[in-house]
Every structure is written in C-alpha cells, then in structure tokens.
Design a protein around this ligand. Structure first.
Ligand SMILES: [Zn+2]
Length: 498
C-alpha cells in the first residue's frame, strides 16, 4: 500500500501532495531554532529537505510551489534515537508506533537486555516487508544465543565447546545486521554465564565492529562489582561498552552515583570507550525475581533483606500477574495486608504461582540526576510499544520538560545531543543524529515551552505533549497530535553486515 505523502502541519494550510513524476519532494522548515544535535547553541536556521535527506541549512527562501512548514517559537532537532527499546513484538501489531513517534523517537534499537529477535535476518526482512513509522536496528542477545545452545539446561556454566557455538551464533547475528552484543546478567538465563563466556562472545561481536551493551549483573548492593565486570568484558573483548539504564537501586548503594561515575571516568581516562544510558525515572520495571539477587526466593531472610533493600514492600507495585490478576496496580504491602500474609509469604506465593511483573520505586532522585549530567550518559527509554512503565511513552519529553525546563539540570542543546548524536555515534549511524546537509531527514519539531510527558504508572500509555511534527526519512509520521499514517521507517543494519 502506498501511503499519501502529505504533510499536515499545525495551523498552516494543507500542503500540496508532491507530484510523483518530477524531482524528489522538497519542503522547507522556516523560523525554528535549530538544535543540531552536536550540543552547539540554538541557531535560527531554515532547513530544506529534499527526498529523504537534509539538503540545505541556513537562511533559505522557499522555491516556487515549495511546501513550507512554519517553525516559529519551536525547536527543530534531529530525530531521537532510542538505544534501549523493547518494541520487538510491538512493531508488528502497531507499526505506526504512536507512543514512540509522539515522543520524537525516529529510530529504535531493539534486542537489549540479552533478548533479541532470532534469526536476525528473518526478523529484519519482516520489518522491511511491513515497514513501521520508525527506523529499526537490533542487537544480538546473549540470552537468545545461550538459550539456542543450552536449551532448558542453562542453570550452569557453559563448556568451551558450547561457548564456541554461541560465539558462532553471535557472529551470524552480526553478519545479518546486528549492532553488537547485548546481555541481561540479572536475568535467569544470562545470570549463569561466567565473565569469560561474555568475553568470548564479545570478541565475536568485536570482529564485526560491534559494541557490548549490558544490563549488568547487579543493580543493587553489588552494583560496583557489576560495573567493573562490564568494563572488564569490554576491555578483554576489545569493544566499546554501553551500560544499560545505569542505576543504583538499593538502600545500600543509594547516594553513591558519584562513585559509579568515578569508576566509568577512570576507564574513559584510560582511553576506554564507555557510555551509559539512563531513563528519567526513580522506578524500575522488571520481573519480581530480580528483587532477590541470590535467587533464594523461598528463603525468608533473603526475601526480607531484599524487600528492605529497596525501601520496603510498599515500594514494589505489581503491574501484571497471570495467576493473580487482581494484584495488578497494588503494592506488596497492600496486597499482603488484604491477604492476611506477611510480605515475605506473599512474595513466595507469587513466585511459586509463576511470578509477576513489578515496578520498584527504589532509586534516588539525586543519583538519577548525577548520572544524567554526565556527558557520556545518553537518554534511552528501556520502554517501547505497550510498555507497562510510563517511560515507554514519556522518556524523551520528560527529559526536555522536567530535567531541562523545570530543573535546569543541563541545557536544551545538551539534552538534544544526549538524544541524537551521542546515541548515533554509539550505534555507528554516520548519517543520522545531526542536522547538516547530506544527513538523513529524521527531524523533530517541538515546543520547548510546553513539551512534557503525560504517561503515569496508572496510565502508562498516555501520550506526551509538545512534539508538534516528526519526520522520518523525509516524510511526516506525526503531525497535529496524531500519526499521519505514513510508514517510511527503514531497517538499518549494523557494521557487521556484508
Ligand atoms: Zn534491562
């Protein structure tokens, strides 16, 4: 189905559709202040888009019959690149990706936390056959290849032969277009892997120019050991590192963001290419088991300690529980009271009955702010289509509205850099992430006075406000508060592709 190439814009007159026979469609965005993605100061510039590229930037006059988008009072930025996105399944059911484009996201990196599509060639071919509104990239997942090799027998160290098989699968994933290796070492399958296993798989990714992205082994009391392990793996594997959703999520490490920053800064000072990403919330979203790092789910002292570590059972809210659907939306303290159980007994019951998804309100604002201020920390959602956490629909506008406008944590230009050129360089996208002639035309026009997230823990899909126009590969995908219906998104393959 060919979708009409119509750009409907805010209060402006409707545009003529581009005539298909002639030159590639061109339009001019006039009067906006440009945040070009590099962190340079906002500049009053006009931007001309021809076909799927930015053709000119500067003081420009419309050509005869050229469509003009008025950007007065608005900021024009490169499209936002989300390096940690869980829309692998969501793109098939919601290719317009409403919750994503309404935040200004134009490129999704899928397959984080060790869990990627497989086979990667098949998945990417499907996305090409049924394009989305956004561009799509993917990692190859450690858990994914580990499960392929070990099957259900994964609660152990792998043998050298098994590691060699996994490495061959990582190499295959890289050849098929993955950007690098992701891991989720706090989760069941990944957590049994040794550091050496991850080093070997990292080497396979490094040979194709990939990077290592990790949900590290511990985001609680052993956070520092886990970060040090991640740095060691990238060091020995010979590839850059991105620490996923950097955080300090237990009482024992609260207030120590400066120490974590020092750890990363030391590695960077030695020339290591280390970055991190961070979502702008004090609450995480995962499965209930991750609360108990020693996996002793039925050992009362272990669980008691774990609940105390996150600030108590009232800090843990169930978002979904198959066996007990009525628990959704309530916290462990409330449910335990209602059921006449101790929180520890309730925890054991839920795990025994198949587990649950939970939100843990266990990060400190000051730590999140310190991480966010670091020049090597980028904005990423850890969300995606249909996310049960508000970060899935609110991350990028939340940073622009609350962190920049309300709290002045850093400049608007720096925020845009953390959303565009910084992630672009992490995933080696040379032709996106900046506004400059020749770059692909992924663009976001937003109102810096009004941009804000509206999603909440009660209503996580509620759309953000203030993102006025989103363009992907030269076509508008979001305009006037709704999707245009266009699906110009492309599959962008990584460095390892032939
Ligand atoms: Zn994660």
């Amino acid at each position: 189905m060919k979708l009409p190439r119509v750009l409907v814009v805010l209060g402006a007159a409707a545009f003529l559709a581009a005539s298909p026979q002639t030159e590639p469609a061109s339009f001019l965005i006039r009067g906006a202040r440009v945040a070009d993605g590099t962190g340079s100061p906002l500049a009053a510039s006009d931007v001309r888009v021809v076909g799927d590229r930015i053709a000119e930037v500067g003081k420009l006059e419309p050509k005869d019959g050229e469509r003009v988008v008025r950007g007065d009072g608005l900021v024009l930025a490169p499209g936002f690149i989300d390096v940690h996105n869980h829309s692998t399944d969501g793109l098939a059911t919601d290719p317009l990706a409403r919750t994503q484009v309404s935040q200004g996201i134009t490129t999704l990196v899928l397959g984080p936390d060790g869990d990627s599509p497989w086979p990667i060639a098949t998945y990417l071919a499907e996305r090409e056959k049924a394009p989305a509104a956004v561009n799509v990239m993917t990692m190859v997942g450690h858990e994914t290849v580990r499960s392929l090799v070990l099957g259900k027998d994964f609660r152990r160290k792998a043998t050298p032969e098994e590691i060699a098989k996994m490495a061959a699968l990582v190499a295959q994933g890289m050849r098929e277009g993955a950007l690098g290796l992701s891991s989720g070492l706090e989760y069941d399958v990944g957590s049994y892997a040794s550091t050496d296993e991850l080093v070997e798989l990292s080497k396979a990714a490094a040979r194709s120019g990939g990077f290592y992205m990790t949900h590290s082994r511990d985001e609680a009391d052993k956070s520092f050991e886990a970060m040090a392990e991640a740095i060691e793996i990238s060091d020995r594997g010979g590839l850059p590192l991105d620490i996923s959703h950097i955080k300090l999520a237990t009482v024992g490490v609260w207030g120590r963001a400066k120490d974590a920053v020092a750890l990363v800064d030391r590695a960077r000072a030695k020339g290591r290419d280390v970055t991190a990403d961070c979502y702008p919330y004090e609450a995480w979203h995962s499965n209930i088991e991750v609360l108990v790092p020693n996996k002793q789910y039925f050992d009362a002292p272990s669980v008691e300690r774990a609940l105390a570590d996150v600030g108590g059972p009232s800090r843990v809210t169930i978002t979904a529980c198959k066996a007990h659907p009525a628990y959704a939306g309530r916290n462990l303290e409330e449910i335990a009271k209602a059921e006449g159980l101790t929180p520890v007994a309730l925890f054991a019951l839920i795990v025994k009955d198949g587990g649950a998804d939970v939100i843990g309100h266990s990060m400190k604002t000051e730590d999140v702010e310190i991480f966010y201020r670091q020049p090597w920390v980028m904005v990423a959602s850890d969300g995606g289509i249909d996310a049960a956490h508000p970060r899935g629909a609110g991350t990028f506008p939340r940073v622009l509205g609350r962190f920049v406008r309300d709290r002045h944590l850093f400049s608007l230009e720096e925020a845009v850099r953390k959303m565009t050129s910084l992630p672009a360089s992490r995933v080696k996208l040379a032709d996106r992430g900046r506004i400059a002639p020749g770059m692909k035309a992924d663009l976001v026009l937003f109102n810096p006075q009004t941009v804000i997230d509206r999603s909440t823990f009660e209503d996580p899909q509620r759309l953000s406000e203030g993102i006025e126009l989103v363009v992907v590969n030269g076509e508008a995908v979001w305009s006037g508060g709704k999707p245009t219906g266009a699906r110009p998104g492309r599959v962008l393959r990584g460095a390892g592709k032939p």
